[in-house]
Design a protein around this ligand. Sequence first.
Ligand SMILES: C[S@@+](CC[C@H](N)C(=O)[O-])C[C@H]1O[C@@H](n2cnc3c(N)ncnc32)[C@H](O)[C@@H]1O
Length: 308
Amino acid sequence: MTEEMSFLRYLAAKKPIDDRSLNQHVWRTLTDEITARRKRDGRLRVLEIGAGSGTMIERMLAVGLLTSVDYTAVDLWPEGVDAIPARLAAWANTQGWTITQGGGEIVLTSPDGTGDVHVRTVNSDALSFAANAANHGKYDLLVAHAVLDLFDIREATPSLLRTLHDDGLCYFSVNFDGITAFLPSVNRSLDDQIEQLYHRSMDERITDGKRSGDHRAGRHLLALLQQIGVDVLAAGSSDWVVHSRGGQYPGDEAYFLRHILHFVESTLTGHPELDAASFYQWLQTRHAQIDRGELIYIAHQIDVLGRK
Ligand SMILES: C[S@@+](CC[C@H](N)C(=O)[O-])C[C@H]1O[C@@H](n2cnc3c(N)ncnc32)[C@H](O)[C@@H]1O
């Protein structure tokens, strides 16, 4: 792999894949709930943790989900939160919205004046943010997209839910759930070994001395929410299925695939149970499959909408 890898570019390439993968039953239920709450409560307060470069804010703006909203976007990655204003400005400029920045806020106003969205970006660890009593019981909607599977769900979920008031909503989307597939097969036993070791690495991952994530996070999250008394309003799968059309990948999806291989490479290089030469050859073959538009990638994921 010679190309410089950029996580920002990966997130931008991932956005259209997420757009088509998000579970539509869960998304419609979220839309119905937000519409009803907007009529009842007026202005809504949304907290997103692990917001990255702001792809979910853009998605929600684009479908009219955010009208009168105060949106707080938290991420511990400074380059991510720093990229949010430019992403929102690019979107606003194509849609005729005005955008202003000042006083620590980005303010977006729709052409007809009905859309009035204030975005505050916070460079912080989500759990520290949620532990701050000033943030308890404050939000109508908590969003975590493609991020909860990086946490110890049992420990993190109840802490994050404290930011919601009773009756607040949680929308947890694209939670990895135990299936990774690269097709066509290179060598069935090596494919299976790489998948198993990659999944095991998620179960064994330690961040700041704590367990962080597991390879069946989606189903464990769903079961946990029920156990801790969250009313699960909707759940369903949001699998990524990436393939070429006429030998070409749409958008920047070839880059997305190379980045997925980069995650596998950086996680498993040097693994004592993996033959280094075979793994190197496996990666070369997978990159060559991308060059020819042959590689198909599938990841199983689960979306959940709950009410506290
Ligand atoms: C896979 S990215 C998803 C970003 C964004 N939600 C998207 O899909 O475009 C995961 C994000 O979670 C952030 N993250 C991971 N652990 C975090 C933590 N403890 N607190 C806040 N953000 C965290 C990372 O910095 C990264 O931006």
